[in-house]
Ligand binder design. Structure first.
Ligand code: ZN
Ligand code: ZN
Ligand code: ZN
Ligand code: ZN
Length: 133
């Protein structure tokens, strides 16, 4: 059995971390759907806007993943395009009105919860308490 020993200095010439980093910089980031900041693709939440689903839209009522081409949620049947309460134009059910940019989320009134909820929700998706209008 022959083991070829290489001089240690040669192995250290090319640090593998440097080439890997350049690859990550160019292809590892993806824009957050909610604030358009480029963030890492494996982020659990957006570090810029704090959204827990940076690459997907989720039904505001049942939290199932939804897409902009759907009209109705396949999980609970709610309409995914609604009239904005501020400008009256049609918008997708997301954090902000697509037309006027008005915020469509309200904070859960349960002080121990305070998770942002879609304004039309009658029940908090996090703690289950009723949301009073
Ligand atoms: Zn974001
Ligand atoms: Zn739903
Ligand atoms: Zn609007
Ligand atoms: Zn709540």
């Amino acid at each position: 059995m022959v083991i070829t020993t290489r001089p240690i200095c040669c192995a250290q010439n090319v640090p593998p971390a440097a080439t890997k980093k350049r690859f990550e910089m160019s292809s590892y980031k993806q824009p957050c759907l909610h604030c358009n900041s480029f963030i890492e693709r494996d982020s659990r939440f957006c570090p810029v806007c704090g959204n827990p689903n940076p690459f997907t839209f989720n039904c505001p009522a049942c939290l199932k993943e939804i897409h902009k081409k759907q009209l109705i949620c396949s999980g609970c049947g709610r309409h995914l395009y609604i009239a904005c309460p501020i400008c009256g134009k049609q918008t997708f059910v997301q954090e902000k009105c697509e037309q006027c940019g008005a915020g469509l989320m309200v904070k859960c009134q349960n002080r121990r919860c305070e998770v942002m909820q879609f304004f039309e929700n009658t029940k908090c998706t996090a703690c289950g308490k009723k949301i009073k209008k």
